[in-house]
Design a protein around this ligand. Structure first.
Ligand code: PLP
Length: 378
């Protein structure tokens, strides 16, 4: 790719080590893991090894790891599978649509849906969540870190509040797992959503990981795979890739977080130095190291992205899935920004192969593009 890719929150390129681990399972070990012959056993063994790897990183039992098609499926399943008619559910106001939409669908059929507010920095206060947990509450769902801002939630503190009240906590860790996966036992987390393509792994594979106290309703009925919880032939190369990706991210998380944070600490001051009237969203809160969401006042994010693209810099407007939508981001609105500010938000997300030179070039390209667009307006 010729340009500078700064859209790792939308998806990450696959790590060559991950790809290498997957390759044998496309052709050399072609079997269905449900087959009884020895080729099937080899595929089954690879799946069980992957399950054990994920379980050990997240502090779960291997039986609590169920493979899915990605983050959206895991989130939908957590919400629909753990909340039943007549119950209530608490979600933070800044959750991804993969949590909000199924939650709203349940609300339309009688589930009580409670939204927990966030501060101007994008964090949900654990006590605000605790005070909303009333009788009948069946689940709290909070993300590890937000996909638009990178702002982390205090999962440990929220886990403690939920544990005190005896309510399970689901964490959408799709963005955060690459740096800081939740630990079910230590963090009092009951269920976690993962997605391969945000971890330098393959697209179209993920997992819902839950503790033994939870009994989610089956998601897909069919051949009885995944202990009857999610029927369908398993995606063996994808599952192997997901586990390899999580293992690499986990082993390298400290060094990688420090490296990316250092590079972002070059990028943001260089932008501030050159561009007037720009705000870094969530800069006072704990953020994922790779995220930099900038509100460039008076500039339309769509026009700015095109101007950056012409200069070979690939960024995004908030959430990838909201790109192209004219609706301002619900995340920024919940944080108290105006619709105009939300429409001026551009997200740069750094990743495993981003260099200091890349971010210097991107900051300079941003300054040039903003100057051009502001000149057109005046
Ligand atoms: N949750 C969060 C926080 C995300 O950022 C995303 C994707 O952007 C998803 C869920 C959906 O994941 P997937 O693309 O694997 O369906």
């Amino acid at each position: 790719m010729a340009g500078i890719y700064l859209d790792h929150a939308a998806t990450t390129p696959i790590d060559p080590r991950v790809l290498e681990s997957m390759v044998p399972f496309f052709a050399d070990v072609p079997a269905n893991p449900s087959s009884l012959h020895s080729a099937g056993a080899a595929a089954r063994e690879a799946v069980e090894l992957a399950r054990a790897t994920i379980a050990s990183v997240l502090g779960a039992d291997p039986e609590g790891v169920v493979f899915t098609s990605g983050g959206t499926e895991s989130d939908n399943w957590a919400i629909r599978g753990l909340v039943s008619d007549g119950g209530s559910l608490i979600v933070s106001a800044v959750e991804h649509h993969a949590v909000l939409e199924p939650a709203q669908a349940l609300a339309r059929v009688g589930v009580r849906l409670v939204s927990a507010p966030v501060s101007h920095t994008g964090q949900a206060e654990p006590s605000e969540i605790g005070s909303r947990i009333l009788n009948g509450c069946q689940l709290v769902s909070v993300m590890g870190a937000n996909n638009e801002t990178g702002v982390r939630q205090d999962v440990k503190a929220i886990g403690r509040v939920c544990a005190e009240k005896g309510v399970p906590l689901h964490v959408d860790a799709v963005q955060s797992a690459v740096y800081d996966p939740p630990h079910l036992r230590r963090d009092s987390v009951a269920a976690v959503s993962l997605s391969g393509h945000k971890l330098y792994g393959p697209k179209g594979v993920g997992a819902l990981v839950f503790n033994r106290a939870l009994h989610p309703k089956p998601l897909l009925l069919g051949g009885g795979q995944e202990r009857g919880l999610r029927g369908g032939t398993l995606n063996v190369p994808g599952i192997v890739g997901l586990a390899t990706a999580l293992r690499i991210a986990f082993d390298e998380r400290a060094a990688e977080s420090a490296r990316i944070d250092r590079i972002r600490n070059r990028f943001e001051p260089r932008v501030i130095q050159q561009v007037e009237d720009v705000e870094i969203v969530g800069s006072d809160a704990p953020r994922l190291p790779g995220h930099s969401l900038l509100i460039v006042r008076g500039v339309d994010a769509g026009a700015l992205l095109m101007a950056l693209d012409e200069r070979g810099v690939y960024a995004s407007a908030g959430a990838a899935c909201s790109a192209g939508s004219t609706e301002p981001s619900h995340v920024l609105l919940a944080m108290g920004y105006s619709p105009e500010e939300a429409r001026s938000a551009v997200r740069f997300t750094l990743g495993r192969w981003t260099s200091e030179e890349d971010v210097n070039t991107a900051a300079d390209a941003l300054a040039e593009a903003v100057a051009e667009l502001r000149a057109l307006r005046s």
